[in-house]
Design a protein around this ligand. Structure first.
Ligand code: SF4
Length: 339
């Protein structure tokens, strides 16, 4: 066993403090940051958790590697062996997936063990004692996952047993409060941990409804489909047709950029949201459904009584405009709204 470790680093408070504790012991740490659209740990959705982790790694002058979670991660979310938490979060399976990827990187880089910012009892599903040990076993990393924030409450890991890491300098934090981590961060003069409590969209019940709907209706779900699920208001118009309505200018722009497989509708002579509508099986949208998408634009726009609302539409095959006439009742909108 050598003095090189791989750190799972989100850039949040816990992983930042955990890394600092180990760097202070003279261990050569390489940070590993996993990127996916589900991470809420960043103001910029396109960057996921990456930029905070990069900033933290720069503070400590350590190398950082970013890995994108692949499509196999979507399979884990769809059918997790160990089930879901309170929403569509498959935390135990997710941790096993993450640790297996980290183990591969550890072996490739010649590192000896893995460190994480996990805290005993902080999260109900994956950070209790039994699931932690199960996750270690299933990842093939028994004795090789060091959790510096809670280490003194857990059995000694191999790097502690072999004297690579001084257990006495590690902590015994447990539970959801982050007071102790904040105190340690202050002691080390770590100032920049903007995403103190982390965040994962999979734990959001509303997002879980959209994700389940996508699993149930869409074949071959890809990352661009998932990115669309992270923004806008979502409506299921029928078994095979979905619409996404932007909530602000930024979302309107991003929805139009991502919506490549269906039709993008935008108000021509009034102000209102962009709507993306897609047929999820054969890609062919009939006029009734395009009208319905136009009606969704009207539902979320403010129009003067004498205005004749013209809507532009475009897809890979065609472009054009029409006057929106259909109006949706509140009941119809509520029935279709995935929230
Ligand atoms: S909260 Fe999200 S990222 Fe964290 S373990 Fe659960 S599913 Fe994975």
């Amino acid at each position: 066993m050598n003095k090189k470790a791989i750190a799972l680093m989100s850039g949040g408070l816990d992983s930042t403090v955990a890394v600092k504790l180990i760097v202070e012991q003279g261990i050569d740490v390489v940070a590993l940051n996993f990127k996916s659209p589900f991470c809420l740990c960043d103001g910029s959705k396109s960057e996921g958790c990456k930029s905070h982790a990069v900033a933290a790694a720069e503070q400590f002058d350590i190398e950082i590697k970013t890995l994108h979670k692949g499509l196999d991660y979507l399979d884990i979310i769809k059918t997790p062996k160990y089930g879901y938490g309170s929403a569509i979060n498959p935390c135990v399976d997710c941790r096993i997936f993450t640790f297996k990827s980290a183990k591969k990187y550890m072996e490739e880089t010649g590192a000896s063990f893995i460190i994480t910012g996990e805290v005993l009892g902080q999260r109900p599903m994956s950070q209790r004692r039994d699931p932690m040990f199960l996750i270690e076993r299933e990842s093939g990393l028994e004795g090789l996952i060091l959790r510096p924030l809670s280490a003194k409450l857990l059995p000694p890991t191999l790097p502690e047993i072999e004297g690579i890491v001084d257990r006495e300098k590690l902590l015994s934090i447990q539970g959801r409060s982050r007071k102790e981590q904040i105190k340690v961060a202050d002691d080390y003069k770590i100032e920049d941990y903007p995403c103190a409590s982390g965040g994962c969209l999979l734990t959001d019940k509303n997002f879980g409804k959209r994700m389940s709907d996508a699993f149930n209706h869409k074949e071959n779900l890809g990352w661009s489909d998932v990115k669309l699920l992270t923004m806008g208001r979502h409506f299921r118009l029928n078994e095979t047709v979905k619409a996404v309505v932007g909530r602000n200018e930024d979302e309107n722009r991003r929805i139009a950029a991502l919506g490549k497989k269906g039709v993008v509708l935008t108000p021509n002579n009034f102000s209102g949201p962009t709507v993306y509508v897609e047929e999820e099986r054969n890609g062919i949208l009939d006029d009734d459904l395009t009208d319905m998408a136009g009606a969704l634009i009207l539902r979320f726009s403010k129009l003067a009584d004498d205005e004749e609302p013209k809507i532009d539409y475009s897809s890979e095959e065609k472009k054009g405009a029409f006057i929106a006439r259909k109006v949706l009742s509140s009941d119809e909108v509520d029935r279709m709204w995935l929230r």
